[in-house]
Ligand binder design. Sequence first.
Ligand code: XXG
Ligand code: FE2
Length: 348
Amino acid sequence: MRAPDIIRAAYAELIVTDLAASRRFYVDVLGLVVSHEDEHSIHLRAFEEYLHHSLVLRQGAVPALAALAYRVRSQDEVEVAARYYEELGCRVERRPAGALLGVGAAVRVEDPLGFPLEFFYDAEHVERYTRRYDAHGAGAISRLDHFNVVTPDIPTAVQYYQDLGFRVSEDIQDEDGTIYASWLFRKPTVHDIALTGGDGPRLHHIAFATHERDQILHICDKLGALRRSDHIERGPGRHGVSNAFYLYLRDPDGHRIEIYTHDYYTGDPDNPVVTWDVHDNQRRDWWGNPVVPSWYAEASVVLDLDGNPRPLVERAEEREADVTIGADGFSYTRKGEEMPEYKLGNQL
Ligand code: XXG
Ligand code: FE2
């Protein structure tokens, strides 16, 4: 059976323990648009999105990831996805039209890495607020960009995603070929999914895109003004991997949300893969700012299709935090005396 034709990362469903607190964070502070809300859930979208939602917050007892949803190219591809995962021996559940708010007939699976995935095409269209500048505010978030998951065995996970038609854009390795993280895409940007090596399955973060760096800086200023700077975990900064400008926030339940902008086009068939040395100080922050330990250590619990937490499988290989921020001093800004000559203007 062939793999389904996936277009992009489309939405995430998170379990939150206090819907009102989550609403204050996602709607009042980040400015996401409410497409639907009741006492059990809030369906949100960003300003450029015309599908019903890119984030579902569902009230529950324990913070967790309930689903990561990929949009496929047509309704027929939803059934292709169901058969594909049945053939892999995974648990597959068909959700008929009407079962999921804002989405048509879809399929949910427990994938081979232990993540609850959804595949859908039919979806309710809602007003796209692209030109509603009156509502945007200075920190406007445009759209969902990607998911980042923690999984123990990166080469196995990369192969699984490549079989699904994803291509690698960048990765982090060491001199022995150990792979610590990998970034893969379907839409022509750096990624729809990042695979982070660690005990898994866990959700590391979901990322929303803005158009401009200023919008990310405004979110920081706004959090400061509201005396909510403790939501900021890492950044703002410039990534090495992806070259994007970034900010990581923790929501009221500790779910990590990245705000991300300015990565690059990857759509040509010969798009070069960028491999970073795990010892390069600039790989995760281009300005060399250290990554806070919580960013490596903490991630959200993942649920199976019955709503039970998935047990964790330990990473067997070396961990990035241990080889770069442990008692090693074993990372560099320049290799030896290497230093690119400073060039003026366009003299490169
Ligand atoms: O989206 C991303 C990230 O996966 O969140 C992290 C792009 C780059 C990075 S990294 O910290 O490796 O620069
Ligand atoms: Fe990210």
